[in-house]
Write a protein that binds this ligand. Structure first.
Ligand SMILES: C[S@@+](CC[C@H](N)C(=O)[O-])C[C@H]1O[C@@H](n2cnc3c(N)ncnc32)[C@H](O)[C@@H]1O
Length: 248
């Protein structure tokens, strides 16, 4: 890996991705902590280094790298962040996303944990139909994290989660979509809370794939990886986000 100190005259010669400059020297953009591999750049230089149409994107609470890589494929400077390591190589910060929220991102797409916020999660609060204080406290903590992301100082924000349970009192979502609207043959109601972003557009197909509620289908299989597999963002939705929001 070659390390570079970038000077302004070099800036416009850089194309993004696994970046190349005119003399074919390669710089490696993938890094663990944002900017780890290019410590010689000041924040101002890093801002200059971005092309005008290149966005700095944070994909919060993502271990799969699916949304991150969809934005990178469109030429953006995207990084994922999760308490878990990234499943595939790429720019990833492993740790608490709150550590890096203030790094000058243009857009954040966040997938905070939904176990205690969703309709399905309501069962933790009402085992045997009676409100359980411990379950409620956990859900309120999850809401606090959700709201911290929702209210963070980043201009464009999308938070993705399943349909929330009413008792938790999350703000109203902006849009409800399904993976099969975007080419993945799956039903899974997905809500998006949007700030300064347009609704995703799609062409609704005239078929409905199998429900995730059916016993024995992909959603209900997978052994120890079942939960992780169920949590991953569908590639069609990721591609639509990068395509539609990456050109704003
Ligand atoms: C529902 S999963 C989302 C997975 C995502 N859709 C993907 O494709 O990788 C929620 C993720 O949030 C992560 N998480 C929870 N608290 C976090 C925090 N404070 N900072 C960063 N990630 C966090 C969890 O580790 C978990 O992987």
């Amino acid at each position: 890996m070659t390390r570079l100190t970038l000077i302004p005259s070099m800036l416009q010669k850089i194309s993004l991705g696994t970046s190349t400059i005119s003399n074919n020297t390669s710089i490696y953009l993938s890094r663990k902590g944002y900017g780890d591999e290019i410590p010689t750049l000041t924040l101002n230089q890093r801002m200059l280094w971005r092309r005008k149409d290149n966005m700095k994107v944070l994909v919060a609470c993502e271990f799969s790298g699916i949304v991150r890589d969809a934005f990178i494929a469109k030429g953006h400077d995207a990084i994922s962040c999760d308490l878990l390591p990234t499943e595939r190589p790429g720019a990833h910060y492993q740790g608490d996303v709150r550590d890096i929220l203030g790094n000058g991102f243009d857009l954040m797409i966040a997938h905070p944990p939904c176990t205690y916020l969703s309709n399905a999660g309501a069962r933790f609060m009402y085992p045997k139909g009676i409100l359980n204080q411990e379950g409620l406290d956990i859900a309120l903590k999850a809401k606090e994290f959700f709201m911290e992301l929702y209210n963070t100082d980043i201009k464009q924000i999308c938070i993705e989660n399943p349909i929330p349970t009413k008792i938790i009192g999350l703000p109203k979502y902006s849009q409800k979509i399904e993976p099969y609207y975007f080419g993945d043959m799956v039903q899974k109601k997905t809500c998006l809370w949007l700030k300064n972003l347009p609704l995703l557009t799609y062409k609704k197909p005239n078929y409905k794939p199998e429900s995730t509620k059916l016993a024995g289908n992909w959603f209900n299989k997978g052994g120890k990886d079942r939960q992780k597999n169920r949590a991953k963002t569908f590639p069609g939705i990721a591609a639509a986000m990068a395509e539609q929001w990456g050109r704003l």
